[in-house]
Design a protein around this ligand. Structure first.
Ligand SMILES: [Zn+2]
Length: 109
């Protein structure tokens, strides 16, 4: 694949963005709750929503790091399950894809 350096640069940029987002979430979660009870309830609901966002971001970070590691190992674009090449259109849509479409569907993703 000729654009691997490009893909790697994009993945690195994505990692930075995700890291910044997680930092923001953690800063918000550390913000003290207000005195007002209704404020507190809203703040708690927000925290729960943020937890979901943070989990998704952390999962994304892990997948992005794995994709960069696969680029460095020379295995990027190969399905980690069956070893077949992942379709370029799939990689373009999902640069962190580690499974070909067949294996992803078999895994229920
Ligand atoms: Zn596969």
């Amino acid at each position: 694949m000729k654009d691997l350096a490009d893909v790697r640069a994009k993945l690195e940029a994505r990692l930075l963005n995700l890291g910044a987002r997680v930092d923001e979430i953690e800063t918000e979660q550390r913000a003290p709750l207000g005195d007002d009870f209704s404020d507190q309830a809203v703040a708690r609901e927000d925290d729960e929503a943020l937890d979901g966002v943070e989990r998704a971001a952390l999962e994304d970070i892990a997948q992005t790091r794995n994709a960069i590691a696969r680029i460095d190992a020379g295995t990027y674009g190969q399905c980690v399950s069956c070893g077949e090449n992942i379709a370029p259109a799939r990689l373009a849509a999902l640069p962190t894809a580690s499974l070909c479409i067949g294996c992803a569907q078999a895994a229920g993703n």
